[in-house]
Design a protein around this ligand. Structure first.
Ligand code: SAM
Length: 288
């Protein structure tokens, strides 16, 4: 949707009705790819300062500058909170970055991956090899389709489910609804954990309160964590989590020194600290 995606004097501005009156701008060197897929407008830019940037319907999905923060936290927080994660489901995440992080866990045996838009995967394989390398692992099994439909086909199948969705407009909208979360819960094995992209408690208060309310209604343990990501709206994003047993805020396994050396954001201390929220955000999550 080019009307959402304004390139003025070589600058991309992320104008969107979900955060009215404010927009992050990045200077662009080159538009490397632009195509309307069956589901959304896909644009891949070379930025001047932040490496390559993927935008869907004019909304920034990632930049090479800071993508590690989001991918590491959305993957490693639920995976380290689980004592023995073997079977994993990822919904969305067509760039492959979440898979790249999950693949670092030797205990994981099988990863189902369901993305609605195959073109996002193809673009990422062509232009973002540092993320799309996540698809190279033989444990990854790719399904192209709607995540909401996919979860209806699975019962008690996964230890951890990760939803790396775009925002709640367009194809991602269904992934923010209670019926989808009910489906997610059904896919979990005993002690299973879900972690979903939880938007911004500064900019999307109603959305955060809604997700918190849904997870509290459905799961015995509910939690919400904060991740700093400079190019997401407001400079941060939340992880919304529900658990059938383990505490999402406490690592249940030790990270090896070799794995820690590969990471840039996640540490066991950051894992726990991420659940300490500003007072207004904690109230929002409790009241939702
Ligand atoms: N967390 C990133 C963000 O918020 O900017 C999202 C990155 S990832 C590229 C989001 C992916 O979710 C996209 O590739 C999109 O096609 C996929 N997606 C959106 N709706 C979906 C659905 N209903 N089922 C499966 N995948 C979906």
């Amino acid at each position: 949707m080019d009307n959402l995606n304004k390139l003025m004097k070589g600058w991309f501005s992320e104008v969107c009705a979900l955060w009215p009156g404010v927009a992050l701008s990045l200077e662009i060197e080159q538009l490397l790819y632009s195509k309307k897929s069956k589901f959304q407008q896909i644009d891949l830019y070379q930025t001047k300062s932040h490496g390559k940037m993927l935008a869907l319907d004019g909304i920034i999905q990632l930049t090479e500058f800071d993508e590690f923060a989001y991918q590491e936290m959305l993957a490693h927080v639920p995976l380290f909170a689980h004592p023995d994660p073997r079977n994993i489901l990822v919904i969305g995440g067509g760039d492959g970055g979440i898979l790249r992080e999950i693949n670092r866990h030797g205990c994981v045996e099988h990863i189902d991956f369901c993305e609605i838009d195959e073109d996002v995967i193809l673009v990422s394989k062509e232009f973002l090899p540092g993320l799309a390398c996540g698809f190279d692992d033989p444990r990854v099994h790719v399904y192209i389709g709607d995540g909401n439909e996919f979860v209806k086909t699975k019962t008690a199948a996964y230890d951890v489910v990760i939803v790396d969705s775009s925002d709640p407009i367009g194809p991602g909208e269904i992934l923010f609804q209670k019926a989808f979360y009910e489906g997610l819960k059904k896919t979990l094995k005993p002690n299973g954990i879900i972690a979903t992209q939880g938007e911004s408690f500064f900019l999307h208060k109603a959305c955060v309160a809604n997700l918190a309310g849904i997870t509290r209604d459905l799961f015995p343990v509910q939690a919400y964590a904060l991740v700093m990501v400079p190019t997401y709206p407001g400079g941060h994003i939340g992880l919304c989590m529900g658990s059938l047993g383990p505490d999402p805020a406490t690592p249940a396994r030790r990270i090896t020194p070799a794995m820690q050396d590969q990471l840039q954001y996640y540490t066991p201390d950051i894992h726990q600290a991420a659940f300490v929220l500003p007072h207004f955000a904690a109230k929002l999550v409790k009241a939702g």
